[in-house]
Design a protein around this ligand. Structure first.
Ligand SMILES: Nc1ncnc2c1ncn2[C@@H]1O[C@H](COP(=O)(O)OP(=O)(O)OP(=O)(O)O)[C@@H](O)[C@H]1O
Ligand SMILES: [Mg+2]
Length: 242
């Protein structure tokens, strides 16, 4: 795993309270990630994981607290934050089912971004599938395409919601080490929402467990791996002691 201690965070949420229609869904959250760091964001359904990611890309305004990305406050417009390098891969993956793989990739390309050839190094299977309609791809292949699209503009911070949604454990086991490699090689910070706790902790540097919109547990992935019972307790809202 990459040493991330020497660098400044590229994303910092501080005292963040955010929600819907003025009603908080996430309260007083502190979170930061550095270049090359993967943070696993864990928690049961309704814990506030998606809400946190939406706030981190500027899609939901803070009720209280701040979001700083790449040394400056977040813009109110999601597209501007994306252009600055803060990108969300949503849980519906954001791929266009009626378009081919090639067209999906073409849309995502940006001047000065990552070369398509480099993206194919991470996902070689996609190279041979360029003529296929995205809707005909398997779930795992669609997730590869979603990640490939997200990588093309060279993001500095990648927020991934439910990477493994609808995927077999084998497909998840195949994808997560690639994500580790990408984060290391591209020095990209990743916040990864993932239901497979152990698979996520195995490749992450740090982790946070949310419960009912509050941080129930956080620390290095190594620490949380060694205190697996506490992760379980935090996940289900029992008091954790780390
Ligand atoms: N559009 C919305 N309007 C009102 N409340 C919402 C909305 N979206 C989410 N919520 C509420 O905010 C809380 C946090 O939801 P969120 O989607 O962030 O959870 P999550 O951790 O991503 O859950 P899941 O694992 O099911 O995706 C929940 O109580 C949910 O009902
Ligand atoms: Mg969610």
């Amino acid at each position: 795993m990459t040493s991330t201690l020497a660098t400044e965070p590229v994303l910092t949420l501080a005292g963040l309270t955010v929600g819907y229609g003025g009603v908080p869904a996430v309260r007083d959250l502190d979170l930061s990630v550095r270049p090359g760091e993967i943070m696993a964001l864990l928690g049961p359904n309704g814990a506030g994981k998606t809400t946190t990611l939406l706030a981190a890309v500027g899609a939901l305004p803070a009720i209280a607290g701040t979001v700083q990305a790449l040394g400056a406050p977040l813009d109110k417009r999601v597209e501007r934050n994306a252009r600055r390098g803060v990108t969300l891969v949503p849980d519906n993956r954001g791929v266009f089912h009626k378009l081919t793989v090639a067209d999906n990739l073409r849309i995502a390309r940006r001047k000065g971004g990552t070369d398509l050839a480099d993206v194919f190094e991470y996902f070689p299977k996609l190279k041979g599938m360029q003529g296929q309609r995205c809707g005909n791809l398997s779930g795992g292949e669609q997730q590869m395409l979603a990640l490939a699209k997200a990588l093309l503009p060279s993001p500095k911070v990648l927020l991934i919601d439910e990477l493994s949604m609808g995927l077999s454990p084998i497909a998840v086991k195949d994808l997560l080490p690639r994500l580790r490699l990408i984060a290391d090689e591209q020095r990209m910070a990743v916040v990864l929402v993932e239901q497979h706790i152990d698979l996520a902790l195995a490749i992450a540097d740090s982790a946070m467990v949310l419960h009912h919109g509050r941080v129930a547990l956080s620390g290095s992935a190594e620490l949380l791996r060694s205190q697996r019972a506490n992760v379980e307790a935090a996940y289900f809202g029992r008091v954790a002691d780390v």
